[in-house]
Each structure stands twice: as C-alpha cells, then as structure tokens.
Design a protein around this ligand. Structure first.
Ligand code: CMC
Length: 434
C-alpha cells in the first residue's frame, strides 16, 4: 500500500490494477479507509472476522482509546462524569448531545419517572415463565413483547416517535428487571414510586415487600448510580452492533433492544460479571488460585479468568480503575467481612496483576470483575448481574439506535462472507447415497 495525504493506494499484485481509497478523518483516534468501492473496483471482499480492523459505522457518542485506557462520552472523560454527574444527567447527554441545564434535567427526569409503570397486561407475560427462568431470559422476552404495545409511537421515521420510544425504554427497564427478579423468587411485583431516584426506585422494586417497610441504603443507591454511568455505552461492542444491525432493517425499536439484551447475555460480554462470581465459587479458596491460574494459561484448557482481559483495552480499563475504588469502599461499608469470596477476589486480582502471563498479554481486571463484587455486597443475586448491565446499557443502545436511524443515508447492514463450502454439486437421490 502506498500513501498520500487523503487516500491510500491499493495495488493488486495479481494483475497490477490499483485503486485510490479515500481516508475518512476521525475527530480523535485512527482515521478509517473508506472501502465502500473496494468490491466494485477490484472484485474482492475485505475479510476481517471479529471486526478487528473494521469500523462498521461513524458515531459521535463514545470515544475510547484502548492503548491509553481512555473513555469519553460525547467528549467528556468518564472520570469527570463518574465524579460529578449522575445517571439521568449522562443519559440526557447521550440522547441529546449536551449536558442539560437544571430545567432540562428536571424535565427529562420527570419524563423518565412518569414512564416507569408497566402495562398491567405484561403481568401475564411474567407469569408465563417458569419460576426458575433466568431473569435475562425473562427480560429478552418481555422487552421484545413491548413491540406489541405503543402503536401510537413506533413510526421510526418520525423523530418525536423515536424520542418517546427511547424514553419508554429507559424508564421501563428497571421495572421490567425488578419484576423479572420478583417472579424468580415468587414475590409480588412492587410498583414504581415516583418520589424515588432512578436507582433508588430499582432497589425498592427489587427488595421491598408489601408487609414491611424497606429503607433504601444511600451507599447502595449511589454505588448503583455510578456503576450505571460506567456501563452506559462502549462504542460498537457486540450488543450495540446487534442493536444497530437489527435496527438497520427498520425493525421495531423494542425488538431491537431485545436483540441487544440477547447479545449482552453471553459470558464473553455482559455475562462476564455473573461468570466472575461463578468462577470465584469454583476456585473456592485462596489456596486453589495457583491451580486455576495454570489452567487459565494452558492453551488446551478452555478455562479463562473471567473479568480479565478486554478486546479493546490493552491497558487498565478506565471504568475498572474508577469502580475498583468504589468496590473497596462498598466492601468495607456493606460487604460481609467474613465472606471468603471477597478475600479470594482481592487476592486473585493481586496475583494476576503480578503474573508474567497476564502482564505480557496486557490482561487487566475489567469493569465486570469489580461490578459483580459490588452487586454481591449490595445483596443483588448473581443471576441479576447481567440484568443490571442491561438496564444501564439501554441508554447507549437507544442513543446509538437514534443516531443511526436519524442519518439521511441510513442503509440496511449486510456484511459479506468468504465462502468456504462446497462448489456446485448435483443432488443424489437418497437410495444412491453411500
Ligand atoms: N484468561 C486467560 N487468558 C486470556 C484471557 C483470560 N481472561 N483473556 C485473554 N486471554 C489470552 C488468550 O488466550 C490469548 O492468549 P495467546 O495470545 O497466548 O493465544 C491472549 O490473551 C489474547 O486473547 P484474545 O482471545 O485474542 O482476546 P480477545 O480480544 O479476542 O478477547 C475477551 C477479549 C474479553 C473476550 C477475553 O479477554 C475474555 O474472554 N475475557 C474473559 C471474559 C470477560 O471478562 N469478558 C468481559 C469483557 S468487559 C465487558 C464488556 O465490555 O462486555
């Protein structure tokens, strides 16, 4: 490849043909080579499984630099938002592009608060699930079922309809999450309370019962708010890309978010926070750590240290740095000091951070290593961890979906493939097959 200022020349060594590919400038980070004409001009597809070098879209929402360990929402460093802001203020920033004035924030918070109730008909959906259904399974189903409601506001070509759908999704997610939990433990659903904060309301809907008063712990409320800010968006990760791809066909927005929840569930993505606790359970005792580290390093063993490593961060995950401090504070205030799991986690963190295998591969603890520990200290059951992630990430999903649908040249997403199957062959009748 040769190079000039605003393009790259690609020469096909098979036949000497060459094309100039324009370079699209990034506001920060690497520029991108526009390969839109590649196939048309040279007759090749480009091949990049796992999208290691491919930008699937342009976006003005989130910027991250994995080498430096840097994350920004709409240009604001995550450290500043974590220290000074709150979840709904950051949600406003993501949806509308700017931090709100006091008046705008009050209005936005009021709208989200007043959309938090669920249609009573949804109770039937919850009841349809078996009592031991995983809350993520319930969430995928119930959020998808919202596509069957709200016909007044699902004309996705109408910006106001898109905005109402976004508000509904952000507002109803805690209610759906809490109802999924209540179903799994056989307790009555608790209705949202408009006098409470976003995370206070979630805690109340999860842990209050009709027969006694429930007091929201301000440490828990604040910790959840912080975790939610950190999880709002993370550019084109698997679940966000799934939401964009589903949305690119013009699908119903609630169905698109359900597809994002499904993609988030996997242990390599949002399911990692649950997998961390399951792994700690499996390790069981500090004395077993070396044996599990050996397994993690063994190429022939599929075991990996859950909560370590990241596709993009090859430095400390900046969210992990923020949440690590919170994790230590929460454990000191709310954690059961006698719970050996906390000691085990902190010891594993220390040992892995000093181990050559992890140092050489730049495998640092990621945000989910700590979020799971905080959730446990807050009394949130393990199978609800990924649900918590989904509540926060809904803001990112709807902001990305709105950004994409709002583009004037928006097109359906349709990746190509490198076909490696049979060439054409003739059908053989069943009695003649060997
Ligand atoms: N434990 C042990 N070895 C690991 C781990 C791990 N957790 N992660 C990566 N490696 C090794 C891997 O075996 C490979 O070694 P080698 O070069 O000798 O073949 C090397 O490190 C590079 O790994 P990779 O699989 O090429 O990296 P990736 O970018 O494809 O995978 C990852 C990233 C997050 C899927 C992976 O690190 C992982 O499976 N981590 C555990 C699951 C986890 O915590 N996921 C949550 C990510 S943060 C939340 C989110 O944003 O969704």
């Amino acid at each position: 490849m040769g190079n000039d200022k605003d393009s790259i020349t690609v020469i096909d060594n098979r036949n000497g043909r060459q094309i100039e590919l324009p370079i699209r400038k990034a506001a920060q980070g690497p520029d991108a080579v526009d390969i839109g004409r590649f196939f048309h001009e040279l007759g090749y597809f480009t091949y990049d499984p796992g999208f290691l070098s491919t930008a699937s879209c342009h976006s003005a929402l989130t910027y991250l630099d994995g080498t430096q360990g840097m994350l920004q929402y709409r240009g604001y460093p995550i450290e500043q938002l974590a220290e000074h802001s709150n979840f709904l203020e950051v949600a406003h920033l993501m949806l509308y592009g700017e931090l709100p004035s006091r008046e705008e924030l009050d209005k936005f918070s009021g709208i989200i608060t007043h959309h938090s109730m669920l249609n009573e008909a949804l109770k039937g959906f919850f009841r349809g699930f078996y009592h031991d259904a995983h809350p993520m399974a319930i969430m995928v189903g119930v959020v998808g079922s919202l596509s069957a409601f709200y016909h007044d506001s699902t004309d996705i070509s109408n910006p106001r309809h898109r905005e109402i759908a976004a508000h509904r999704m952000i507002a109803k997610m805690p209610s759906i999450a809490a109802a999924s939990y209540k179903h799994s433990v056989g307790e009555p659903q608790v209705y949202p309370d408009n006098s409470l904060s976003y995370t206070g309301n979630l805690l109340n809907m999860m842990f209050a019962v009709p027969c006694e008063t429930y007091e929201i712990d301000p440490v828990a409320e604040k910790a959840l708010d912080l975790i939610f800010i950190l999880h709002i968006d993370h550019e084109q990760n698997a679940s966000t890309s799934t939401v964009r791809l589903a949305g690119s066909s013009g699908a119903n927005p609630f169905a698109c978010i359900a597809s994002g929840i499904a993609a988030l569930w996997g242990p390599a993505h949002g399911g990692a926070n649950e997998a961390v606790l399951n792994m700690l359970d499996q390790i069981g005792d500090v004395k077993n750590i070396p044996a599990f580290l050996d397994r993690a390093k063994d190429r022939h063993d599929p075991f990996r240290l859950m909560g370590f490593g990241h596709r993009v961060y090859k430095n400390y995950d900046p969210r992990a740095r923020i949440i690590r401090q919170m994790c230590h504070d929460v454990l000191a205030r709310l954690g059961d000091a006698s719970d050996p799991m906390f000691e085990l986690a902190l010891r594993l963190e220390e040992i892995a951070l000093n181990d050559d295998y992890f140092i050489q591969r730049k495998l640092y603890p990621n945000v989910d290593f700590y979020s799971g520990l905080i959730y446990k200290a807050l009394g949130i059951p393990t199978n609800m961890f990924t649900v918590m992630f989904a509540i926060a990430r809904t803001v990112g999903w709807v902001a990305q979906w709105m950004e994409m649908i709002g583009e004037h040249d928006q097109r359906i997403g349709r990746p190509r493939q490198l076909y490696v199957g049979h060439r054409q062959r003739d059908y053989v009748p069943i009695e003649q097959r060997g």
